[in-house]
Write a new protein. Structure first.
Length: 426
């Protein structure tokens, strides 16, 4: 049966209409996602509104003409495997107080990772830049609230005299701010509103310091220093000059805090040690890592949620070991693969694009993962959000072509190339 010109025109018009509706739903989903990122620094209520926002963004995927490549599919499968291990290890404990809430919370952060991945699949540099700016704004709000709480010693905004803003604890606040520091460094290097982002960088750095989270401070210095050197790899002297220009006002501000605030002086003398009392001893943090190994071997399906208190006085404080210990070998293997493949994915995207924002997302995720090895980080929403964005970014949307990669200053040739994986549309 032949189709006339009118039929062809009608079919084309129908397809265009469907595509426009899909694009509109995609924009709406992205806006809701960005609003959720802005609200990610609020965790006081249970459940938090941010979880509802991320879930709404996930539901809008149904109308967004979503497409997946094989890497996105692998990421989603790894998250589902990890979340499934949570249920297998703990479903028999649901009658115990708090277990159901923990299951819901871990399911929710898994959904955040999947949502972030799906949303980021269509992003170009423009959308990624918007995401980074929104994340920095969320950091600025958290830092300002945290510093205010510390100065006034507001009991709702502090924990053990340390600032926590609207987050669960000071360590979480410090880790949350590190990607914002990296994003500010990128904006300064790109000469975009240098004065504004220099002030943001100083604010976030002061807040990280005042969190007195040793892991966050070391991670910020390490990954911030590496990122600064890469951004200025063609002019290392400039990197040194920028570092000195930033360190001088930071040290001045910290000294002022220590002079006018007794809490700062006490924290300086008490927190900045390699190990505190709760880190040492038979049941200290570091020895718990060793004690957990035979328990992992004896419990292939894990001990379950909230059962660690039957063995140790405190949680394991290591998200990788916790995945093995709490959720069994399947959960530990899924997390291990997620770590290794995320590093590969971040490096692959950087190699294909040579885009500083892509590298910022990669290093931001690495900085958070580094801290999660010393904390209970499995419920850090921002960690899952950055992991999802890391896996969702498609180098082709950044102008990457076989044999070349691009950055703001022009194309840079690289050795080797590989075609983009086949897409899976639904």
């Amino acid at each position: 049966m032949e189709i006339g010109p009118r039929g062809l025109a009608s079919a084309a018009s129908s397809r265009a209409s469907v595509a426009l509706r899909g694009a509109a739903w995609t924009r709406l989903r992205t806006n809701i996602f960005l609003f959720a990122v802005l609200a990610i620094n609020y965790t006081w209520s249970r459940p938090s509104p941010v979880d509802i926002l991320f879930f709404c963004a996930l539901l809008l995927t149904i109308f967004s003409h979503q497409s997946l490549n094989i890497r996105n599919f692998v990421f989603i499968c790894l998250i589902l495997a990890w979340v499934s291990s949570v249920y297998v290890s703990s479903i028999w404990l649901t009658e115990e107080p708090g277990v159901v809430f923990e299951i819901i919370a871990l399911t929710s952060v898994g959904c955040i990772g999947i949502t972030s991945c799906l949303v980021a699949t269509t992003w170009s540099e423009r959308e990624l830049r918007t995401f980074v700016n929104v994340y920095i704004l969320a950091n600025v709000i958290a830092a300002a609230v945290g510093i205010f709480g510390f100065v006034t010693q507001n009991p709702d905004l502090t924990w053990a005299d340390r600032p926590r803003a609207f987050l669960d604890d000071p360590d979480m606040l410090g880790v949350f701010l590190i990607p914002g520091i990296l994003g500010s460094l990128f904006m300064i290097a790109e000469k975009r509103r240098r004065i504004l982002f220099s002030a943001v960088l100083l604010l976030l750095s002061v807040a990280v310091f005042l969190s007195f989270s040793r892991a966050a401070i070391v991670s910020a210095i390490l990954w911030g220093g590496i990122y600064l050197l890469i951004l200025n790899r063609r002019n290392p002297l400039r990197a040194i000059f920028v570092s000195l220009a930033f360190l001088v006002p930071l040290i001045v501000v910290i000294l002022l805090f220590s002079l006018v605030n007794d809490t700062t002086s006490d924290m300086l003398s008490g927190r900045f040690t390699f190990a505190e009392d709760y880190d040492l001893g038979h049941f200290g943090r570091y020895n718990r890592y060793i004690l957990a190994i035979p328990m992992i071997l004896d419990h292939p399906f894990g001990i379950g949620l909230l059962q660690i208190e039957n063995y140790f006085p405190e949680p394991i404080h290591n998200v990788w070991l916790a995945s093995f210990l709490y959720f069994g070998w399947t959960g530990g293997l899924a997390w291990t693969l997620l770590l290794i493949l995320s590093v590969r994915q971040g490096w692959y995207t950087w190699q294909r694009t040579r885009n500083g924002l892509c590298l910022m997302v990669f290093f931001g995720w690495l900085s958070i993962i580094s801290c999660s090895m010393l904390h209970e980080g499995e419920r850090w929403r921002f960690m899952w959000a950055l992991a999802g964005v890391l896996w969702g970014l498609n180098p082709r949307n950044f102008g990457a072509i076989p044999g070349h990669v691009h950055n703001a200053s022009g194309p840079i040739a690289v050795e080797g190339s590989s075609d983009e994986a086949n897409s899976l549309a639904f």
